[in-house]
Design a protein around this ligand. Structure first.
Ligand code: 5GP
Length: 591
């Protein structure tokens, strides 16, 4: 160190707190200062002694500030190691001085590009070059150098320098913390730059590694986008329409659900999502009986249905009222029969591994050409770790890669129960928690999502399953609607008809206005016939109440994680209702 004094390099865009910090470094802790042009002039004006970078390098700032600190005298000063004879020889041969502290914050790229009026040629001037190099070099050499990338740290550093026995030193622990902070700072900075230019240059053409979204969770949350965190190609291509943020949340969850169903059960699968939970999900196997086809509102298409079309018709039939405006996922490329089923439903979008040309042509006409059609790369494998930011903080976790393997988890059940427990369990894996799902005939028949109480999930799922079953009541099938009554109106009427929730004016929809609502006795008798239902729960049952309620809706097979203090009571309840239960080891919360 020249004359035993330490040397700090200061080069900051945000000059708040700078003068006080610099003054104390000089007056109380024996630092010499060197600064880039703007920073040096603020310090000189405040009467603080400071050298300009160009005095140290013998090289002027040039290119209008593009090159300020990018010089070996600066970077060798930062990067030279302590106690390294060869570094020391290099430094003395060139008459260079070690730099002990780097105080640098970067050009305010993020706030510059937040303005609507900025264009890329202006934004490019806010891409900091030398500052990033300073921070990176200082952070790399943190075993000797203190790196300070935000004014909020000045006070803590002064306090440490002033510690009675500290010898005007910053501790190794603090240097490590500051280095990590600097690495994070440059990484966020680069992400903001990549995001801005991706949007600016390729946004309107849907570049493969960046899709601009219409808006975020709500229309005032703009801008919004999806990209690959490593800048790689996205596995999703927008083939039609313009997806929103919630569409993507639905699409990415629904896709995972159908691909796992397909893998576990070896049949085409479909899901119908609303608000990031499935309203329905199913696998498609033929044949489909006339009653089921009628309940799924596809009787007129029965002759041409494919397994994939059956999968979607069943998924949509679980809770037709909730599926209004759904986001659809298909495990297999969309064929014409499936597109026909979809084309007459109200839906917001679809994700599938591909589209046959005639199917695509049909779907493309939906919503006046604005139907959101996403093509998913079926071979895409996500990394094991996933992260998200919430309130500015990053959370990381291993993704939920728990495999639902029917042969392993449900070995003791009959083939049908094994299939339906698999459907229910994979469905809860992608349902907002708490969740309980009832399944039968290879499809979801009722889902209770997002409840804070387990028994509320069960009540909701079971009452939806009751409604699903009642919609298959012969009297529901006999209803005749007036010409011009639309499909959603029919679906919603039937929902109310079977649930004893008819509204005044409902009779107007029917050809025979004198049609009697489904009475309590008719409901009771029909509901008694519902049996063989499977239930899966995303976490353990704290009490037997859920089992007691499930039994009333024909549940005979249950899968849930064990581990509750009341497992014995739950087992006893199952025994009393003739329910077979398998405790799993795997909790499946999802948010
Ligand atoms: P000043 O106001 O001192 O002139 O400039 C400070 C800013 O310049 C800091 O934000 C720092 O990150 C940035 N900076 C430092 N060295 C260089 C360089 O060589 N090139 C560029 N483009 N920016 C630099």
């Amino acid at each position: 160190r020249g004359q035993g004094r330490r040397l700090a390099l200061l080069s900051v865009t945000d000059k708040s707190g700078l003068v006080d910090f610099a003054r104390q470094l000089v007056q109380r802790h024996g630092y010499d200062l060197v600064s880039s042009g703007g920073t040096a002039s603020v310090l000189s004006q405040a009467g603080i002694p400071v050298q300009e970078v160009s005095d140290l390098t013998g090289f002027p700032e040039m290119l209008g500030g593009r090159v300020k600190t990018l010089h070996p005298a600066i970077h060798a000063g930062i990067l030279s190691r302590s106690d390294n004879p060869s570094d020391a020889a290099d430094m003395s041969a060139r008459g260079l001085r070690q730099i002990d502290m780097v105080v640098c914050n970067l050009y305010a790229f993020q706030s510059v590009v937040a303005s609507d009026t900025v264009d890329p040629s202006q934004a490019i001037e806010s891409v900091d070059i030398g500052g990033v190099a300073l921070l990176r070099a200082a952070a790399k050499n943190h075993c000797r150098v203190v790196v300070v990338c935000q004014p909020g740290d000045y006070d803590a550093i002064l306090t440490e320098l002033a510690a009675p026995d500290g010898g005007h030193e910053v501790t190794a622990a603090t240097r490590k913390r500051l280095a990590v902070q600097a690495f994070c700072h440059t990484s966020d900075y680069d992400a903001a730059i990549a995001g801005y230019f991706g949007r600016a240059y390729f946004g309107q053409y849907q570049d493969i590694n960046f899709i601009p979204l219409r808006y975020g969770m709500n229309p005032h949350q703009v801008p919004a986008s999806i990209s690959h965190p490593l800048g790689l190609s996205l596995p999703i291509v927008t083939k039609c329409g313009s997806p929103g943020y919630v569409n993507l949340l639905d699409a990415l969850n629904a896709w995972q659900l159908v691909r796992e169903l397909r893998e576990a059960l070896g049949a085409p699968a479909a899901a119908s999502f609303k608000h990031v939970s499935p309203a329905g999900a199913a696998i498609g196997t033929l044949p489909i009986d006339p009653e089921t086809a009628a309940a799924c509102m596809v009787a007129d298409l029965a002759a041409e249905l494919t397994p994939l079309a059956v999968a979607y018709a069943r998924a949509r039939s679980a809770d037709r009222m909730s599926s209004f405006g759904d986001f659809i996922a298909l495990s297999d490329p969309c064929d014409l029969a499936t597109a026909r089923v979809i084309s007459r439903e109200v839906s917001d979008g679809i994700i599938a591994p591909g589209y046959e040309p005639d199917a695509f042509e049909l779907l493309q006409k939906k919503k006046g050409g604005k139907y959101c059609i996403l093509a998913m790369d079926p071979d895409f494998q996500p990394p094991l770790e996933e992260s998200r930011t919430l309130f500015g903080l990053r959370l990381r976790q291993r993704r939920n890669d728990a495999r639902i393997d029917p042969a392993e988890m449900f070995a003791k059940f009959s083939a049908d129960a094994r299939r339906d427990l698999t459907v229910a369990t994979i469905a809860v894996k992608y349902t907002q928690s708490n969740s309980v799902c009832l399944a039968k005939d290879g499809q979801v028949v009722g889902i209770g999502a997002g409840q804070q109480s387990r028994v509320h999930c069960t009540r909701l799922a079971a009452s939806k399953a009751d409604n699903w079953w009642l919609r298959r009541h012969p009297r529901a099938a006999e209803l005749r609607f007036k010409r011009g009554v639309k499909r959603p109106e029919i679906a919603n009427y039937i929902d109310r008809f079977v649930a004893d929730e008819l509204l005044s004016g409902d009779a107007e929809l029917l050809e025979d206005a004198a049609t009697r609502p489904l009475g309590p006795e008719e409901r009771r008798v029909w509901l008694e016939k519902l049996t063989g239902v499977c239930l899966s729960s995303d976490a353990f049952f704290p009490f037997r109440d859920s089992i007691d309620r499930a039994a009333k809706s024909g549940v005979k097979f249950v899968s849930a994680p064990g581990g509750s203090a009341n497992d014995a009571e739950v087992l006893e309840a199952c025994g009393q209702h003739g329910i077979e239960i398998a405790f799993s080891n795997t909790r499946l919360f999802h948010h």
